[in-house]
Design a protein around this ligand. Structure first.
Ligand SMILES: [Zn+2]
Ligand SMILES: [Zn+2]
Length: 754
């Protein structure tokens, strides 16, 4: 009896466990799998899907089921539930028993419609979502409704954040989990969000071979702008990325003066198999002038290309070439036709946003008709209009089957606002005018009036566009947080990003990217990545509160010293543009320590450290000793080095204090990037001092300083992976090459190296 009673008790116990697990512990995630037979299958089906056609059922199923899978993976870390108590269901006709989470949009999931939105919570914009939850007959029902599939995915991640999850850094090391799991799913949620900026991401154009970790980080942080160039485009579309391509090489790719003329020219023999020539013969035809047996665009139509110093030029290298004659209608037809062909079925066929950028820092056609179009900004806008008009025609003819946004840039010589009215049918809806303020300073916010030396001129151009009577379209900003010259140094933008992004948003900017994001080994960049993503989603975010939260949760056992490390590091790095790269002052003159080749009409040759004739410290922003003018004050050389010393002190303290393994690995990565910055700054510091003694003619002291430069040069040569985690423009062979001051090093080495 006793024995069998014990067996009965065990049996009863097991029944209770199953009973409670199935009735009280279970959570069902309901999502439509479209035509796919299961949620799991739909979530990984991206390669079978045409994201560029007008059937969105399969696109929706793939993204929304992927969102459901993500929720199933992370939910057990946030609430008191095990993975096997989470059920995925694609039955959108009937509500399952127990707690359930419904994911979908009005178009994709019938159950979503069943539970009405609260008043005032209506969704109207792409990417927006509403999360609502309530108790009904003793169970919790949660609806994650997206306006579209992107909204559904972002709703899932927002829900996880509400539960205490954070995807702050890359991979698992970068994730923060709630310290205490919730006992049940939250009720009475009613969250509606839509992004402050439509496009949020990075300017990219190449295969970074970065794997899925970085892209997943982007999606989980609702960052949605990348490139289609040599990418896993299907995976990226599943994650709702907007893909851009096109750059200053567009003429070299699609309208190469020296490339073959693609038609059967009436006068030329040997091209009879080519299609009939749609253009009239040119009076300037020069036949096969270079005698290579083929007819080039330039040989057939010299008048299509740049008139430079009285002569037509066929100079179209990948960068810094001569822009074609944009007032010539045939040339424009041919250029646009080739670009549109590429958008239809060429290398641009996956492009959502075409960057229509002609050569910068270069030559524009000097013919009378081109000049009468106006300034370089006027010409850029005219070019966009010409292309968009022809694109619209291709769309009406059904040749181009998708919407393509055209992006033009306001950059260097074309940074000023337009001076002439635009055609009445100018298609502002499909255009982004993106400003590239490469010349700016990061000591001061973009709109800070105390930066009258540098940023004020850029702000003026920006406001010129914003208030233009002619340009009434949407603006974008392309920031340069890791511009090529910054070379992935340990930048901290805790002050600048929260100051600038809300200002840009208030002033109408709706698209924002930066160059050149790192895709691994972020270290100290993690906080920049977070602030950038968070503020682009919600420009009104309380950034101070977020930063407090960040240090408390990302560095739980060293919060105080780690924060001090970051603050001193930001002080040390904020004047980076004058210290390591270049800025342009209000007179539009360049300041840099590098040996700087002059570009005609834009800047003068610079060699300030080696040439005693040149002033070393010309800017108010940067002197050697502490200098505190009312306007334009930036950390000076001695202050920069003192901040680096303090940053070192506090990172060392954190490394010693840390008692959490994950946090320790974050600090180790921070320290690695910091050590690179430290070696770089020491190198530049002693190089500047060498230059100062050299200017004084004190060769004994110059020799002594240069001995230190050599020590840091050797140290930098050993640093390789930290300078190879971003784009080709930023990456270097090693830290020494990344100084971009090797010609100065060689000059002093010959003089003082022995
Ligand atoms: Zn011209
Ligand atoms: Zn400044």
């Amino acid at each position: 009896m006793k024995y069998s009673g014990g067996r009965f008790f065990i049996f009863f116990f097991i029944v209770c466990v199953i009973f409670s697990a199935t009735l009280f512990g279970k959570v069902t995630i309901v999502v439509s799998s479209g035509g796919f037979d299961s949620v799991g299958r739909a979530a990984v089906s991206e390669k079978e899907i045409d994201f560029w056609d007008d059937d969105f059922t399969d696109d929706n199923a793939c993204t929304e089921c992927f969102g459901a899978m993500e929720l199933a993976v992370f939910l057990p870390g946030c609430v008191d539930i095990s993975s096997d108590e989470i059920v995925l269901s694609n039955d959108t006709n009937e509500l399952p028993d127990g707690d359930c989470i419904i994911i979908g949009s009005r178009q994709s999931n019938l159950l979503v419609k069943k539970f009405k939105l609260h008043e005032g919570a209506e969704l109207e914009n792409d990417q927006s979502f509403n999360i609502r939850s309530f108790e009904e007959s003793g169970r919790v029902i949660t609806v994650i409704e997206g306006f579209d599939r992107a909204g559904c995915l972002y709703g899932v991640y927002d829900y996880l954040e509400t539960l205490g999850m954070g995807f702050w850094g890359l991979g698992e090391r970068g994730m923060v989990w709630p310290t205490e799991k919730l006992k049940k799913l939250p009720v009475d949620l009613n969250i509606t969000e839509s992004p402050s900026f439509v496009d949020r991401g990075y300017k990219a154009w190449e295969d970074r071979d970065c794997g899925e970790e970085f892209f997943l980080w982007m999606a989980r942080n609702r960052v949605n702008f990348w490139t289609s160039a040599e990418q896993p485009v299907h995976f990226l579309k599943k994650l709702c990325m907007r893909l851009a391509w096109g750059d200053v090489d567009i003429q070299a790719r699609y309208f190469k003066a020296t490339g073959p003329y693609p038609y059967n020219h009436k006068k030329f023999k040997g091209d009879e198999n080519k299609p009939a020539d749609p253009y009239p013969m040119s009076a300037e035809y020069i036949a096969d002038a270079n005698d290579d047996g083929t007819l080039s665009y330039f040989e057939a139509h010299p008048e299509w290309f740049c008139l430079y110093k009285g002569k037509r030029s066929n100079y179209v290298p990948l960068v810094l070439g001569h822009n074609f004659c944009m007032s010539n209608k045939d040339a424009m037809d041919e250029f646009c036709g080739n670009v549109i062909k590429s958008l239809i079925d060429g290398e641009y066929k996956y492009v959502d946003v075409l960057r229509l950028r002609v050569y910068d820092l270069c030559k524009w056609c000097e013919c009378e008709n081109c000049q009468s179009i106006g300034t370089f900004s006027d010409r850029n806008l005219d070019l966009a209009h010409q292309l968009m008009t022809r694109m619209k025609k291709a769309q009406q003819q059904g040749r181009l089957k998708r919407k393509v946004t055209v992006l033009i840039g306001a950059y260097t010589e074309a940074i000023a606002p337009p001076t002439k009215p635009l055609p009445a049918d100018f298609d502002f809806d499909n255009l982004i005018m993106m400003m590239f303020p490469i010349e700016r300073c990061y000591v001061h916010g973009f709109a800070d009036p105390s930066c009258s030396e540098i940023n004020c001129r850029l702000k003026e151009s920006f406001l010129g566009w914003k208030n233009s009577p002619y340009f009434t379209g949407t603006m974008g900003i392309a920031e340069f947080y890791n511009v090529s010259g910054i070379k992935s140094l340990p930048m901290v933008y805790m002050r600048i990003i929260p100051r600038d992004i809300p200002w840009f948003h208030r002033n109408g900017v709706r698209h924002m990217v930066y160059m050149h994001v790192m895709t691994e080994l972020w270290g100290t960049w993690t906080i920049n990545q977070q602030l950038f993503a968070k503020l682009l989603w919600d420009a009104e975010l309380d950034a101070d509160k977020f930063i407090d939260d960040y240090f408390e949760r990302y560095y739980p056992t060293t919060c105080e010293s780690s924060r001090k490390f970051y603050e001193h590091l930001e002080d040390a790095m904020c004047n980076i543009k004058t210290f390591k790269y270049f800025v342009r002052n209000a007179k539009w003159e360049v300041f840099t320590f590098q040996k700087w080749r002059a570009v005609e009409g834009l800047q003068k040759e610079q060699d300030r450290l080696c040439n005693p004739e040149q002033e070393i410290f010309e800017l108010e922003h940067l002197k050697y000793n502490k200098y505190s003018p009312q306007l334009n004050d930036g950390p000076d050389v001695v202050e920069i080095m003192e901040s680096m010393r303090l940053a070192r002190k506090y990172i060392d303290q954190s490394l010693m204090l840390c008692s959490d393994k994950v946090e320790q690995s974050r600090l180790v990565e921070d320290e690695k990037r910091f050590a690179y910055g430290e070696a770089m700054y020491n190198f530049i510091y002693h190089l500047i001092r060498t230059g100062m003694f050299h200017h004084e003619g004190n060769s004994m002291m110059a020799r002594m300083e240069f001995a230190s430069v050599k020590v840091y040069a050797e140290e930098l040569k050993e640093m390789i992976d930290v300078v190879n985690s971003a784009s080709e423009d930023v990456n270097s062979k090693n830290g020494y090459e990344a100084t971009q001051m090797t010609p100065i090093f060689d000059f002093f080495d010959a003089k003082y190296g022995q």
